[in-house]
Ligand binder design. Sequence first.
Ligand code: MEV
Length: 322
Amino acid sequence: MKEVTASAPGKLMLFGEHSVVYGFPSIVTAVDQRLRVRVSNTREAAFSVHAPDVGVDNYKKSISELGSEKIPKGVAFLEMLYKRFIEQSKIKTGIQVETSSDFSSEFGFGSSSAVTVAFAKALTEFHEVPVSNEELFRLCYQAVLDVQGVGSGFDLAAAIWGGTIYYVKPARIVELLSANELPVVVGYTGIKANTVPLVRMVEEKKNTDPTKINQIFEQVTTIVELAKTAILAADWQKVGILMSENQLLLQELGVSSTELNTLIDSAKAAGAFGAKLSGAGGGDCMIAVTDIEHRDAVEEHIEHAHGKVLNVQTSAQGVRVE
Ligand code: MEV
């Protein structure tokens, strides 16, 4: 039996969420929690998926019906990617896909983007079709837009390139800022954020009051540029301060939540340099930047405020064949 396994990392948005959707820059880091996808051959002309981590048990669809009817949530990105791959490559064989994950899809680490990227890599290797990172990005980004209609693709870029990157959509700029670990603490609110409605909400606000929202985006962009310089200089105090400034603008945008604000305030009260939400908002995770002396206190304060500290390392390696 022929088979290929690839893995891709999850991500944490450091700066510039929401404005990145409108072409402004952002900074994202890949985390050391990976998603693995194994592609193997089957005799049937069918697309079969076994993804127990997202409750998908032996899903099967004939190749000619890909993309039609209702697709279960846990399969949507894989199925649309395979449909796109067949359209472009004209390779129409049946395949068996199996996924497994180091992390819960609840955390907001970008499990959909990581699974899409790992699958695309495994698939192209399986068929011995060499692809550049840029081509991999284009294939995955199409599939993501097919499924959810919106998205900047920053999470795909983190899964593909890895490290800590400065990103402008759609991978128009991908600049590696650091391949080293950043001194962050990550706290999970226990609430699953729903990205698409939050992106739509910001879109509505932007339509209603473009001047105000554009001003916020311009201010975020100034912060992103300063953060880029600070990360390159490993000036963590500055990075933390800039995170807190970014957070105030996200609050003004209306995407933070009481739970996020509580964890952010508790991290700062414990001596973190600064903190903000990471991702769409409404839930998922917050991140704080701290020096080593305050790290334990920051973690304790987050737990005390009912957050769950997630032990992740940043600047992880991008997609790879296992
Ligand atoms: C969500 O994790 C980040 C957003 O900027 C959406 C996106 O960039 O696709 C809100």
